[in-house]
Design a protein around this ligand. Structure first.
Ligand SMILES: C[S@@+](CC[C@H](N)C(=O)[O-])C[C@H]1O[C@@H](n2cnc3c(N)ncnc32)[C@H](O)[C@@H]1O
Length: 205
């Protein structure tokens, strides 16, 4: 019997996304897809508070969801690994003074701020298991008590992706079930649609 074990998949590197956006400025049809428009409406509708003081969006891409989210935020920091994508987001949100943009690779980089909302939409499955764990730890350290964490991910199979959407959500649910850590999350709501899943958490301690 062979003792060979395949290595754990690594996080997809920034160049994977940069090349994708250079070939196609809107590879997931965020601007035009009815599916995305409905999912974005469900995402914004899932936010319990009318207004957030300071929100953080990981993987903002070309800014279609960023623009919608901005209506609910006094301050919104949107980060992405792709310069090409973020240039479009900056253009789209140029009249929204509450929105800031930075090029950042999570979890190797993470803002030095506290947030009352963190949005992880369609980005967690690009991370390795280890990077997702590190991201979870950063999120817990940078989400205020009472702050919300919203996850939204596609749940079908994608060959290139290190994790599935379900693995991302289930790992946050497992974290919320742990009572051992000093910082903890409570699961507030979950919604599963045909092709995506949405889960909302609150930091309770
Ligand atoms: C599928 S898009 C999601 C866009 C948007 N959040 C949405 O839901 O419509 C994923 C984005 O995450 C970015 N991304 C991937 N890995 C990242 C990382 N480690 N840190 C920050 N951004 C990342 C990609 O460049 C891409 O623009």
């Amino acid at each position: 019997m062979s003792s060979f074990q395949s290595p754990q998949p690594q996080s997809l590197p920034p160049r994977y996304f940069e090349e994708m956006y250079s070939e196609n400025p809107d590879p997931w049809q965020f601007e035009t897809s009815e599916y995305e428009a409905k999912k974005y409406a469900a995402t914004v509708a899932a936010l319990p508070k009318p207004i957030y003081r300071s929100a953080f969006e990981i993987g903002g891409s070309i800014g279609v969801l960023t623009q919608k989210l901005a209506d609910r935020c006094e301050n919104l920091l949107s980060v992405d690994v792709s310069q090409v994508a973020q240039a479009k987001a900056i253009e789209r949100c140029q009249n929204l003074s509450q929105v800031r943009f930075e090029i950042m690779q999570v979890p190797q980089q993470f803002p030095d701020e506290q947030f009352d909302l963190i949005l992880v939409s369609e980005v967690g499955y690009y991370l390795s298991k280890q990077d997702l764990q590190t991201t979870q730890s950063h999120i817990l350290n940078h989400l205020e008590i009472g702050g919300h964490l919203l996850l939204v991910h596609w749940t079908l199979y994608a060959r290139d992706y290190p994790l599935s959407g379900d693995e991302v959500h289930d790992s946050f649910l497992a974290l919320s079930a742990e009572q051992l850590t000093s910082r903890s999350l409570r699961h507030l709501a979950g919604q599963r649609e045909e092709q995506y899943r949405l889960d909302l958490f609150e930091r309770v301690s």
